[in-house]
Ligand binder design. Structure first.
Ligand SMILES: Nc1ncnc2c1ncn2[C@@H]1O[C@H](COP(=O)(O)OP(=O)(O)OP(=O)(O)O)[C@@H](O)[C@H]1O
Length: 324
């Protein structure tokens, strides 16, 4: 790790704060980060902290500001107000230093059609000091099953994305920013990307994973930011979500008046004799409690990201209520 910049000037690793509950320093930090294009406000005062070693998902529909946020983090565009820092470096004023520390997979790829796959990997890897070339070739050939002798113009859209992914994952940097990394991929290649993200996390890389596919973002992320029309609406802690059980119980002869406090149960919805509970904690005491009651039916499961996502993007969310 970190070979790509060890030889260069030492990079200051300022710590802005500790992400709540994680006790790890935030290495990506934004404060009231905003971007306007003329009168149009593409990003509206985003505050976020991404902890070292965290996979941070960015979720939101088309046009919600994910790519704008990423471009601001990389210093590819200038904030209208607010700021972003990576390892304490200002993303706009110190953008070259920032980009040395970050491997970026753009959502829209522009590659040289006349180069072969191998030539492209060699060329782009050389620009970064050449450290990642062997690994990039290995990922491209062995994981992505690409024929690197072919010219890039003969690659399909998905093959081009695979080539760029091989480079992104091979780069020996601390931060990976992946903008819709699976958008053009078939299901098995998507699975490989998920596996590579998990592997990157295991070796300590910090990853921003922007996407539309809830199940993918859910599977890889430690936390997920939900964007809507340029605003950061909600940050979901996936560890806490994974520890959450949903319990749907139908009681015979009415729902129980009291729920023992130490069970970790909270009623979310009641309809007639049916209660939907949220449950956190040991399953044994919960099952014993249910067994002691006249329960007609019970279903225990988990809840995916769809529910928090729909709070901000579902059919009930009125248009225009968050304008301004
Ligand atoms: N250069 C630009 N000039 C004007 N408007 C822009 C420009 N770039 C982005 N926008 C607008 O900013 C908003 C946010 O765009 P952005 O690309 O960040 O969305 P996104 O969440 O990444 O969408 P997608 O999922 O479609 O990639 C959109 O309404 C877009 O039209």
């Amino acid at each position: 790790m970190s070979k790509a910049y060890e030889a260069a000037d030492p990079v200051p690793r300022l710590v802005h704060g500790v992400v709540a509950g994680m006790q790890r320093p935030a290495i990506i930090h934004t404060e009231a980060l905003s971007k306007s294009y003329g009168p149009f406000r593409a990003l509206k005062g985003i505050d976020l902290d991404v902890a070292q070693g965290e996979v941070y998902g960015l979720l939101g529909p088309n046009g919600s500001g994910k790519t704008t946020a990423i471009r601001l983090l990389l210093g590819l565009i200038r904030p209208t107000s607010g700021r972003a820092t990576v390892f304490g470096l200002d993303s706009w004023r110190q953008s070259l230093q920032v980009r040395r520390l970050v491997s970026f997979l753009p959502g829209e790829l522009r590659l040289f059609g006349s180069m072969s796959g191998l030539g492209t990997l060699r060329f782009l890897s050389d620009l970064r000091g050449g450290d990642g070339l062997d690994r990039a070739v290995a990922i491209a050939e062995q994981v992505m099953k690409l024929d690197l002798r072919k010219k890039v113009r003969a690659y399909s859209t998905g093959m081009k994305q695979k080539l760029a992914l091989a480079l992104a994952f091979a780069d020996p940097v601390d931060v990976l920013i992946l903008d819709e990394p699976t958008s053009a991929l078939d299901p098995s290649a998507r699975g490989e990307v998920i596996r590579l993200v998990k592997e990157a996390r295991e070796i300590g890389q910090t990853i921003i994973f922007s996407g539309h596919v809830l199940s993918e973002v859910e599977e890889v992320s430690d936390r997920v930011a939900i964007l809507r029309r340029g605003r950061l609406m909600h940050v979901e802690d996936m560890k806490s979500r994974r520890a959450l059980r949903m319990v749907l119980a139908r009681f015979r002869g009415g729902i129980p008046a009291d729920v023992p406090e130490d069970l970790g149960l909270a009623a979310r919805e009641r309809t007639g004799d049916v209660v939907l509970f949220e449950h956190r904690g040991e399953i044994g005491p919960l099952l014993s409690w249910l067994a002691s009651l006249p329960v007609e039916d019970v279903a225990i499961g988990t809840e995916d990201l769809r529910s928090p996502y729909d709070r901000f993007h579902g059919p009930d969310m009125a248009d225009g209520e968050d304008e301004g």
